[in-house]
Design a protein around this ligand. Structure first.
Ligand SMILES: C[S@@+](CC[C@H](N)C(=O)[O-])C[C@H]1O[C@@H](n2cnc3c(N)ncnc32)[C@H](O)[C@@H]1O
Length: 482
């Protein structure tokens, strides 16, 4: 049975209106097969009858059943590890320090939580405790539109696929393995409250769903129509506290979606922040909010070692395809595509750099460092390799080596604006204020005068103008401190 053009439009528009999900013509077959499944369960034989059921007062319940089929529940623990590292090492310590009263709970909302791996990862991080930070009461709310996924989340029993990226110490501490299943510890389950919530059709923020310190809304709106995404992101903005953070998916830039947030780099990942915190922070606390890894290590025209013009073109094509995977949030696929090239004796620098960048974003710092060192061994003048290595050292909090790496970048490419900006942050952190001012000033001048000094590929939302603003505000803060 096939959907007529008109029937397809009716179902497509109803689903987009009620849940945001958009079935473009390429997904029409998928939509048809799911509709047929539901029609069979309801004992209906025509699409028209089923559409009428959905539009009737009894249709709300049936729409939920349909949603259970058509939403994409793909998720796993510690998905995009680097974000959780940033959460643990920078965001939570900063927010806890900023709290006006120690008894106030830290409020975290996982919007579009699917089967619970995301909010439970947050709970495990909080349960483990953060060195040097006094813990505080927390409220983690996890919501989704898919009832079946929420039921699974409440059960807290997972397969090997879901736990594939869980670090061993967490796996041993918080899971009990029974056959092929991993049962999550009751203490972690109790930390998360699960609730049904449709981000598109329900109005918010009602009281209890606002005032969040942190919102995770990752890989949810990628399936939405742009106008639904804009509305949802605006509502999430309203639901956040001043100074609160939104974690979006690895590939979800808000560049064309919202201009309400400040884009910040924290611990090597991009986050979106609602305005600046009210109180000016003391120097030490401010350091934890520094912008990091604000750049692409890739050159616009990759310099390729020992490959002919034809091979160079092929490599460029390969990297573009890998970047497309990154854009749609599939770093594993990008990595899969590039990895075979590493065995070639003349593997191009750009392939190594892209793989190192992916490893860094996935939180695989050791792997990223190894790749960078390999690049530098073969290509000692690779400023991209030195730059990325600097980021790795910084993530390891080895500031001395990070400074050395960024200085090396400048000896190879003095107009590298982002290396100068990072040095500004590092010098400022080390209390070398005159040097910090010099680097912010240089970075600003380069951004204005030398367009090639900025590469926006990995700058995810940062424009040269925004970076100039950031330099200016850093300079103002340094002036006021001196
Ligand atoms: C791919 S999963 C993402 C899970 C998790 N956030 C992550 O990144 O691993 C997308 C989830 O968004 C949920 N979702 C889709 N549309 C929604 C809506 N309108 N309101 C709430 N949740 C929705 C789906 O049910 C699904 O569980």
């Amino acid at each position: 049975m096939e959907l007529s053009e008109q029937e397809y439009h009716h179902f497509r528009d109803l689903i987009a209106e009620r849940a945001g999900l958009y079935f473009d013509p390429a997904k029409q077959d998928l939509l048809t097969s799911n509709l047929l499944k539901r029609m069979e369960d309801c004992g209906l034989s025509t699409f028209t009858d089923y559409f009428q059921l959905l539009c009737s007062p009894a249709g709300t319940k049936e729409f939920d059943h349909l949603l259970n089929l058509i939403t994409i529940p793909e998720t796993y623990f510690f998905r995009d590890q680097a974000q959780f590292m940033a959460l643990k090492r920078f965001v939570i310590p900063e927010l806890l320090k900023r709290k006006s009263h120690p008894a106030l709970p830290l409020r975290i909302w996982s919007a579009g939580c699917s089967t619970g791996e995301e909010p439970y990862t947050i709970a495990m991080i909080l349960a483990e405790g953060i060195p040097g930070v006094v813990s505080s009461p927390t409220h983690i709310l996890a919501t989704d539109v898919n009832h079946a996924a929420l039921e699974g989340a409440r059960r807290g029993i997972y397969g090997a696929r879901s736990v594939r990226d869980v670090p061993e110490e967490y796996l041993n501490r918080f899971f009990t393995q029974k056959g092929g299943e991993y049962h999550l510890d009751e203490s972690i389950k109790q930390m998360v409250e699960f609730r049904h919530f449709n981000l598109v059709s329900e109005s918010y923020p009602p009281l209890e769903i606002s005032g969040w310190d942190i919102i995770f809304c990752r890989n949810v709106t990628i399936y939405f129509k742009p106008e639904s995404t804009r509305r949802v992101i605006h509502n999430l903005y309203k639901s956040l506290k001043e100074g609160g953070y939104l974690f979006a998916g690895f590939s979800e830039s808000l560049r064309y979606v919202s201009n309400e947030f400040d884009t910040v780099q924290v611990g090597g990942v991009f986050l979106y922040q609602k305005g600046a915190p009210q109180k000016r922070q003391p120097r030490k606390a401010r350091q934890t909010r520094r912008l990091r890894r604000l750049t692409s290590p890739l050159e616009r025209k990759p310099r390729i070692r020992s490959v002919s013009g034809k091979e160079a073109k092929e490599t460029q094509k390969l990297c573009s395809r890998a970047k497309e995977f990154l854009e749609i949030g599939q770093p594993e696929k990008a990595s899969e595509l590039l990895t075979p090239y590493l065995d070639k004796s003349t593997a191009p620098e750009s392939v190594f750099l892209l793989l190192a960048e992916i490893a860094l974003n996935q939180g695989e710092l050791e792997k990223a460092a190894q790749l960078c060192r390999k690049i530098i061994r073969h290509q000692p003048l690779s400023h991209g390799g030195h730059f990325l290595l600097g980021i790795v050292y910084w993530s390891w909090e080895d500031e001395r080596r990070a400074i050395e790496a960024f200085e090396k970048v400048l000896s190879l490419k003095p107009e590298h604006a982002l290396a100068r900006f990072n040095l500004g942050d590092l010098y400022s952190q080390a209390g070398q204020l005159a040097k910090a001012k010099l680097e912010y000033t240089n970075a600003m001048r380069l951004l204005k005068e030398v367009p090639d000094s900025f590469d926006e590929w990995f700058a995810g939302g940062f424009s040269p103008a925004l970076l100039i603003d950031t330099c200016l505000s850093r300079l103002r803060t340094l002036d006021s401190e001196q």
